[in-house]
Design a binder for this molecule. Structure first.
Ligand SMILES: Cc1cc2nc3c(=O)[nH]c(=O)nc-3n(C[C@H](O)[C@H](O)[C@H](O)COP(=O)(O)O)c2cc1C
Ligand code: SF4
Ligand code: SF4
Length: 255
């Protein structure tokens, strides 16, 4: 029998992959890793009626790169889409844009769940230390389970809190953020680099090439934080903003 659901997930530093695994356990369904699809220009067939999109929140909406991928993928067989957004603190008014996306796909919008996970945006904020991150994930577990339960029952996810402030963040600040902040030019590498290539391997946009065993960043960047957070020797910095901050990736927590 064909699966009822398909999970599509994108991740920079592992949080959304972790949530995708938990939701997949409940739904007993296939997962597609959008990092690989985006990297390889892949548009696999979405052949289930139910689709669950799991991704980090970038500037109070789903990542633009994910939205662009969805728009060029065939969703004609999908009838219902649920959204599960991981975030450091809040998803703002992301649900409005998810509803619009569903309308453009001709699918029913089944709601957006907010899952608060450890902050990973060290180009702007601080990531938590490992113990704090583990506590945050512990608190997220029942929220993940509730969302998975509702999806498994075919129900709509309850609406998150709405406010004028959230609307401004998702509508006005989101495009400004992409225009002025999402750039790779502040990334640098120092002498600690051992030339392992992990940063290039992790980049979902093939934006990093090794030259003389050192990374060089191109112009195509979505600020996912994978290159800076997965470097095993913390040789990558984002200008002065990342200096002295703990790096974060979920696998480093040994859960
Ligand atoms: C570019 C960027 C923008 C972000 N914007 C938001 C945001 O608007 N609201 C929020 O609460 N967290 C924000 N975060 C934090 C992430 O959404 C959060 O840490 C997420 O769980 C990371 O998931 P991942 O490990 O799957 O990449 C942002 C992180 C990045 C890298
Ligand atoms: S991951 Fe770190 S050590 Fe490895 S190549 Fe990139 S910068 Fe160098
Ligand atoms: S360059 Fe770094 S931050 Fe930008 S998309 Fe690639 S891995 Fe993510």
């Amino acid at each position: 029998m064909a699966d009822k659901y398909l999970i599509l997930y994108f991740t920079g530093t592992g949080n959304s992959r972790y949530v995708a695994e938990k939701v997949a356990e409940k739904l007993d369904c296939k997962r597609i890793n959008l990092n690989t699809e985006i990297k390889n220009n892949g548009t696999p067939s979405v052949d289930t009626e139910g689709v669950v999109l799991i991704a980090p929140t970038y500037a109070w909406r789903i990542p633009r790169i994910v939205q662009e991928w969805i728009k060029k993928t065939d969703f004609s067989q999908a009838k219902k889409v649920w959204f599960v957004l991981t975030c450091g603190s809040e998803i703002g008014n992301a649900s409005l844009y998810n509803q619009r996306l569903c309308r453009s796909l001709g699918c029913a919008y089944m709601g957006t769940a907010q899952i608060i996970m450890p902050e990973n945006y060290i180009a702007m904020f601080d990531a938590p230390d490992k113990n704090t991150a583990r506590d945050i994930i512990k608190k997220a577990e029942p929220v993940i389970q509730r969302a998975a339960q509702a999806i498994a029952a075919g129900e709509k996810l309850p609406a998150e809190k709405d406010s004028l402030y959230y609307r401004l963040l998702s509508s006005v600040v989101n495009p400004l953020f992409y225009t002025f902040s999402v750039k790779a030019k502040a990334f640098t590498v120092d002498d600690r680099c051992i030339g392992c290539g992990k940063c290039a391997e992790k980049c979902p946009l093939k934006n990093i090439h090794l030259v003389d065993r050192k990374p060089v960043w191109g112009k195509s960047c979505t600020h996912c934080m994978a290159c800076i957070c997965y470097c095993p020797v913390e040789a990558v910095e984002y200008g002065q903003k990342s200096k002295g901050k703990p790096r974060y990736h979920l696998e480093g927590l040994d859960l």
